[in-house]
Design a protein around this ligand. Structure first.
Ligand SMILES: Cc1cc2nc3c(=O)[nH]c(=O)nc-3n(C[C@H](O)[C@H](O)[C@H](O)COP(=O)(O)OP(=O)(O)OC[C@H]3O[C@@H](n4cnc5c(N)ncnc54)[C@H](O)[C@@H]3O)c2cc1C
Ligand code: FES
Length: 641
């Protein structure tokens, strides 16, 4: 029980920590001015950039947070704030002393219809912030406050700095507003601008308006999650060189995770940022396909014949869905994969208006999500190799719960099944008409969707003499996602990166090399690569990389959340809650160590476990079996991975 902190003990320790950090913050060129707005909270992060002499701004090496040198900036900011801000009374909070350490209270704002703020206490500081996560709008009142001044969203783990509202962890991209909060005349008030309170979120600071022209050229190949994390973080950290995205997708970066859950065919509905955003951040987005990289001359070649020189290159080309090399599958039409919006358009085109027989091959996440989405209007059969869907990743019990959920929506399953061939339709010999299984079952199919995995999209590097791809086609990287042997000038992120994972269960000597296909992992890797690039421009010392616990989510009738990694293996599962009512937390264990957690309808257990895994305070398997409540545990201040 040694590692289980009682909350009160922890608070005392942490109060001492705050005091020590506050004294550290006076030290020149160090990030850590905890009590001040617009300053980073970590005392061990150097302030790496004097980006603008007039305003004397420095930027933390790890975060986008700015640390203001005395006063010109802060006084301008204070004056502007004063001019714009007005005082608003909070309807539901009468005293700040009622809010205990690490507690939160949401309140309506008098005089602004529908507006709310979240007031929270961190030791002796009380803060007021926008109340909803900027990703999909989760209520932060059930988020998890961390002792180093962040709040983590209960749904998919986005992390915001409580003092500045800045995003510190994917998948959110917009920041929160923060407001001054105080007691007066028996009430609680905030100072804030009407529109900011109402909007509940703000764009990150990405404008690149410096007159200083930097010769640095970052080229990012790919237009997905990793790219978004990289380019936004570069600008937030004050990178003043050119940024060029080369993407083969016909649309701007979009929320790929929605494609299989809602089959949205209109790119405008899922593009994450409008074109004007890239323009305002001076980021060029070029639709083209990279065909080769000359790593010695530092030039990317493209299909159109154009070439793009770089000083730093970020490879973020994601995955290519696999197809089945079986009879019928290579030649017949109406057999689809699902990665891009063009795939969704093709699937919806083939489905038309009438009820169709849809056979989905593969019972992992893509197959399950598409099956769930199509079950409302079509006859769906999912074919899987395993005994139950998702078995390899989630285990039999969780997989069975997910299967039950989809069966309730009318989806049929053919599990422990191998596919033999596809045969043509009797009405059109070019189109698929049936899928044959090895046990002799014939499944009528108007269309087939393959969800049988992806391989890294690195074909354009296959014959490159400078780098060697891993067996699976991915690129090996170090902790900061730099590709070894290329002077720290080339990074590989997202679905194409095999990187050393250091979380629980990983090899304690150097980590376990793993490739993880999660939206958040790609975006956090992009953020990490950007930090590393910016750091390298002002320092010859390596930057300590900021590690993270992988987070994944899925929607299969109910929301499924997952954190951690089983890259180092798992040997048992402890299931708590009511799986029969789709309300549970499943703990994946390797020996006595919990290495990953899946939850359904038990928020914020998953994100609480992220912090416990990250900070080495996750209970043992035995403690979980004995019924320990993870939500009641304290979160230590030190990050252990
Ligand atoms: C339908 C679907 C649903 C998903 N749902 C979830 C989910 O709910 N939760 C979750 O955590 N993860 C989910 N994932 C996984 C997640 O989307 C990926 O892990 C993530 O997108 C990887 O990001 P990335 O930047 O590495 O690659 P991607 O987002 O795939 O982006 C790769 C980009 O590179 C471009 N590209 C490829 N080759 C070239 C080239 N040669 N030249 C130029 N451009 C090139 C592609 O066109 C694309 O724009 C889902 C994936 C899919 C396909
Ligand atoms: S809603 Fe907050 S991370 Fe998704």
């Amino acid at each position: 029980m040694k590692h289980i902190f009682l909350v009160m003990q922890q608070q005392t320790l942490l109060a001492q920590f705050v005091a020590s950090v506050n004294s550290l913050s006076i030290a020149a060129n160090r990030c850590g001015q905890r009590g001040m707005r617009n300053c980073c909270h970590r005392s061990n992060h150097s302030l790496i950039r004097q980006s603008n002499k007039k305003h004397r701004l420095s930027v933390c090496c790890q975060h986008r947070s700015f640390s203001n040198s005395p006063s010109i900036t802060s006084s301008i900011a204070a004056q502007t704030k004063k001019k714009m801000a007005a005082e608003y009374k909070l309807k539901n909070i009468t005293s700040l002393t009622d809010i205990q350490n690490f507690e939160k209270a949401e309140s309506e704002v008098e005089g602004i219809e529908g507006a709310k703020v979240l007031v929270l206490r961190l030791y002796n500081e009380v803060h007021a912030i926008s109340p909803r996560c900027t990703h999909y709008g989760a209520p932060l009142k059930i988020g998890v406050i961390q002792p180093d001044g962040q709040i983590r969203c209960p749904w998919h783990g986005a992390c915001f700095n409580i003092r500045t509202g800045d995003v510190e962890d994917a998948p959110a991209l917009n920041a929160l507003h923060t407001f001054d909060v105080y007691e007066k005349d028996g009430g609680v008030y905030i100072q804030g601008e009407h529109d900011a309170i109402k909007a509940g979120q703000r764009n990150p600071n990405v404008a690149c308006t410096s007159t200083v022209i930097s010769p640095e050229k970052v080229v990012v190949i790919g237009g997905g999650s990793g790219t978004l994390g990289a380019v936004q973080t570069l600008r937030e950290l004050g990178f003043k060189g050119t940024i060029t995205i080369i993407s083969s997708e016909p649309n701007l970066p979009l929320d790929r995770t929605k494609l299989s859950k809602a089959l949205i065919a209109d790119p405008k509905k899922v593009e994450i940022r409008p074109r004007e955003w890239y323009q305002s951040a001076s980021i060029d987005v070029i639709q083209n396909e990279a065909t080769a990289v000359d790593f010695s001359k530092k030039v990317v070649s493209t299909k159109s014949g154009e070439t793009f020189p770089y000083t730093k290159l970020v490879l973020a080309t994601g995955g290519i869905p696999r197809r089945l090399p079986l009879p019928g599958f290579t030649e017949l039409s109406n057999i689809f994969v699902l990665r891009f919006i063009t795939d969704v358009q093709a699937i919806l085109g083939a489905l038309g208006e009438e009820k169709k027989n849809v056979v989905i091959i593969g019972s992992s996440f893509i197959g399950m999500e598409v099956g769930n989405a199509l079950s409302k209007n079509h006859e769906v059969t999912i074919v899987g190799l395993e005994k139950v869907p998702l078995e390899r990743v989630m285990g039999e019990e969780v997989g069975k719960t997910c299967q039950n959920l989809l069966e309730k929506s009318g989806v049929r399953f053919k599990m422990s099944a191998s596919v033999d061939k596809a045969t043509p339709s009797s009405s059109d010999p070019n189109k698929v008409g049936a899928v044959h299984l090895k046990d002799g079952t014939v499944l009528p199919a108007d269309l087939v969707i393959l969800g049988v995995g992806v391989r890294p999209a690195t074909d354009f590097l296959k014959d490159n003499s400078v780098i060697t791809l891993e067996k699976d086609g991915s690129l090996k990287t170090d902790e900061s996602f730099a590709v070894p042997g290329l002077n720290g000038d080339v990074y590989a992120i997202g679905d194409i990166a095999t990187y050393p994972y250091h979380g629980p269960g990983a090899d304690p000597d150097g980590g376990t090399l793993t490739r993880i296909e999660h939206w958040n992992v790609a975006q956090n890797a992009g953020r990490g690569a950007a930090r590393s690039i910016v750091h390298s421009l002002s320092s010859s010392q390596p930057l300590k990389s900021q590690t993270f616990i992988p987070i994944f989510w899925s929607a299969i009738g109910k929301q499924l959340r997952y954190c951690g990694s089983t890259a180092g293996g798992w040997d048992s599962l402890v299931l708590k809650g009511e799986p029969e009512n789709e309300k549970f937390a499943a703990y994946y264990c390797k020996g006595q160590s919990v290495v990953a957690v899946t939850t359904m309808q038990t928020d914020p257990v998953m994100v609480k476990c992220v912090e416990l895994l990250r900070r080495g305070n996750m209970p043992t398997k035995q403690e979980i079996e004995e019924g320990i409540d993870v939500l009641a545990l304290g979160i230590p201040k030190n990050i252990r991975i």
